[in-house]
Design a protein around this ligand. Structure first.
Ligand code: ADP
Ligand code: MG
Length: 248
């Protein structure tokens, strides 16, 4: 058995990519799946979200050529490990581009690890010709969170254009879905953007994650929603998302 690989991506920041990654990782691990998170965002917040220190492990994973397993770190949770990142991750991207490392560079590094995990999930940051593309290239699925706000369509258009470009180059993966986030049914803005997403993407538009203060608290405390408040609506919504991903 070889790990199923997901990338969570959007060209915009602040759309709940990292929150979604931490929640999915936590849920899959709790279901007994051997789960690995890899943080390709140089803000290093996957580690922070799980209450552990940022480090240059992703840099080492990408540039040293040593066994990738060396850079895997425990999160203190059963079945859940990560390769944490920090600001050095953007240096790694510069090095890789300077060395003209191919689009499948990350896929090649991961090859040796795929058998050790059931699920691998990449968090990413926007980049042009960089890590984000190489993560997607290595992935079976891309999940695209998008805030239910009027200005959010640009990021969505850009990431979809990038994915189309990768498909033209032969990427065999799929978009797992568009995940509306920060949904607030009290506002016309949320309602209209969700309606628009459903019209444009049909079934690919997943059920929304509501705006929830508890998710901000999770990030601040370094715990996941399933640890902080497993009975919350946010936990229910992320459970439904993770169950959907499990079935893909
Ligand atoms: P990204 O990784 O796309 O930049 P984050 O996951 O870091 O986005 O989310 C940005 C901020 O919004 C964080 O403070 C996070 O805790 C908070 N947040 C994420 N999802 C929600 C939500 N559904 N409701 C309220 N706050 C949220
Ligand atoms: Mg993030």
């Amino acid at each position: 058995m070889s790990a199923k690989i997901f990338t969570v991506a959007n060209q915009k920041g602040g759309v709940a990519k990292t929150t979604t990654v931490a929640s999915i990782l936590s849920y899959l691990a709790s279901r007994g799946k051997r789960t690995l998170g890899i943080d390709f965002d140089s803000q290093g917040q996957v580690a922070t979200a799980l209450g552990i220190s940022q480090s240059n492990n992703v840099f080492n994973f990408l540039v040293t050529g040593q066994s990738p397993s060396l850079w895997v770190q425990s999160t203190g949770r059963e079945n859940l490990a990560i390769i944490p990142g920090d600001r050095m991750t953007s240096t790694a991207q510069i090095v890789m581009n300077a060395e003209n490392r191919p689009l499948d560079a990350v896929a090649s590094i991961l090859k040796a690890m795929r058998r050790e995990y059931d699920y691998i999930v990449f968090d990413t940051a926007p980049s042009v010709g960089g890590l984000q593309e190489r993560a997607i290239w290595a992935s079976d699925f891309v999940l695209i969170p998008t805030a239910t706000e009027f200005m959010s369509s640009d990021g969505l258009t850009q990431i979809l254009a990038m994915i189309r470009n990768l498909e033209e180059k032969g990427w065999p993966g799929n978009v797992a879905g568009i995940l509306p986030t920060f949904y607030d049914q009290q506002t016309r803005e949320s309602q209209e953007t969700l309606a628009e997403l459903r019209k444009t993407f049909g079934e690919l538009c997943l059920p929304p994650i509501h705006r929830a203060t508890v998710l901000r608290e999770c990030a601040a405390e370094g715990v996941t929603i399933f640890e902080k408040d497993p009975k919350s609506r946010a936990a229910e919504e992320y459970t439904a998302l993770a169950e959907y991903l499990l079935k893909l």
